[in-house]
Design a protein around this ligand. Structure first.
Ligand code: AMP
Ligand code: ZN
Length: 134
């Protein structure tokens, strides 16, 4: 994909602080980190979002996320770990090349990834079950 910054970073055309690289992925430090060690898993092949991501890469990305979470938790001595993945502007996606955020968490770090819980109404439950359940 021309003009996709994460294509260029993932494929080494633009330098980035790389924590890990293999034939399918590059893991880099986020330039606007939510916390110390915030990193991004970038597939080398372009997919705009999870809807476009091939199943095989989706599986490999999750295995890599698990590996990085273990390694980073040990190395950075963080107290917890968030894995975040945004799809679409409404969901907070700003770079339209699939990526997974690896966010180490530290007690009292104030990183705002929480929401105010609502209530699951009977109507919503029935509607969603009818529409989504396979
Ligand atoms: P999202 O909002 O889920 O699309 O996340 C995009 C992330 O990419 C943000 O956390 C940015 O800080 C990060 N980012 C944008 N450009 C770069 C870059 N050139 N190098 C590293 N991280 C970047
Ligand atoms: Zn791309």
């Amino acid at each position: 994909m021309e003009n996709c910054i994460f294509c260029k970073i993932a494929n080494g055309e633009i330098p980035a602080a790389t924590l890990y690289e293999d034939g399918d992925f590059r893991v880099i430090l986020d330039l606007g980190p939510a916390s110390k060690g915030h990193a991004l898993i970038l597939p080398k092949a372009h997919a705009a979002n999870i809807y476009e991501l091939p199943d095989e890469l989706a599986g490999k990305a999750m295995i890599l996320a698990k590996k990085m979470a273990g390694k980073m938790t040990e190395a950075l001595q963080c107290d917890g770990f968030n894995i975040v993945q945004n799809n679409g502007e409404t969901a907070g996606q700003t770079v339209f090349h699939f990526h997974m955020h690896l966010i180490p968490r530290y007690k009292g770090d104030g990183v705002g990834l929480t929401w105010t819980p609502g209530t699951l109404s009977d109507e919503d439950r029935e509607e969603i079950l009818e529409k989504v359940k396979a």
